[in-house]
Design a protein around this ligand. Sequence first.
Ligand SMILES: *Cc1c(COP(=O)(O)O)cnc(C)c1O
Length: 398
Amino acid sequence: MEFYDHLKRTLAEIEANDLTKRERLIAGPQGGRIDVVDGAGTRRLVNLCSNNYLGLADHPDIVAAAKAALDQFGFGLASVRFICGAQTLHRALEQTIARYLGKDDAILFAACFDANGGVFEALLGPEDAVISDGLNHASIIDGIRLSKARRYRYGNGDLNALEDCLKQADADGARFKLVVTDGVFSMDGYVADLPGICGLAERHGAVVMVDDCHATGHLGAQGRGTPTLTGAGDRVGIISGTLGKTLGGAMGGFVAAAQPVVDLLRQRARPYLFSNSLAPAVAAGSLRAIEIAEAADERRKTLGSHASRFRAALGQAGFELLPGQSPIIPVMLHDAGRAQAMARALDARGVYVAGFFFPVVPQGRARIRTQMSAALSEADVDLAIDAFKDAGKTLGLI
Ligand SMILES: *Cc1c(COP(=O)(O)O)cnc(C)c1O
């Protein structure tokens, strides 16, 4: 059929441009070292590309909490929340998230992609304005597309451009204005200037929303995320986040905010109304993960020291890194083919990384995005540093 031929041609084009993403299979739990399937067997690799920042993905207490929930609450809910899909467990998790992030309440979604997909359409009408950082996550971009609010976009972290957008929205007669930003930009590892953003928003009467997926659990005091890390605190009105990264890494998303925000989302957010409840085991494991993350100062310290050691060593070796303080450390290679070759060379040296290239990052901005984890040992980090140096020299990059 012509349709399938068309799809095959598109795939061939992706392949010809060296842009095909291939998935490798892991034969065990997520962790600092993982068993990657290779032919008939597996190879143990040092893992630099998961969002398992605190190393909780295989934590025995979290696994035990999930197992206990299977026995007590069953396997699944087979219902959306408002029909017959809410257990005491779900409410306890929402209240725990709200307390952890210092908000009135929280609402669960199947993923943060869904939280961001539902929040704008439910809260904003055509009279309103949403003002979005140019590097925001795809789920924010899609969520904004689904809303009827007027859209404004400013260059990544450009506060002057943000102020222009706020003024333009006022000039266009906006009723309410919502400024939305990632707390940590996942491809670059930059932390948003939340005090600066909140200051402008307050001056122009706008609400601030932060997607803190790459921060909740590991950045800021007790892992409360970028509002705490940057000192913006309560000035951030709405926080969206994920249970699929630091907080155990299973799946699920949430919005934490003032009571009327959460109450209206429960009435109107379409991914909440028309999608199944979180599995009880996931809810119970995530609940335990938040308790562990809140008290995990040792793990946060390990994460921070791995990040500064790795960053310093690669910088000294002559690699071009994007600056920053988060555990996301992008090694810039610019060219997609080069990023792919580097990923392969690191794999051969026992290090698991992912090359990122268009359309995940802009053309000409290909990179290896490395992510540190408290699950790594110092020896793992050293092995990774040596592998980068050796592969970089072999490929003529340093
Ligand atoms: C990972 C991520 C998401 C999506 O989270 P899921 O729960 O996996 O859907 C949304 N926003 C940002 C900034 C992310 O990094």
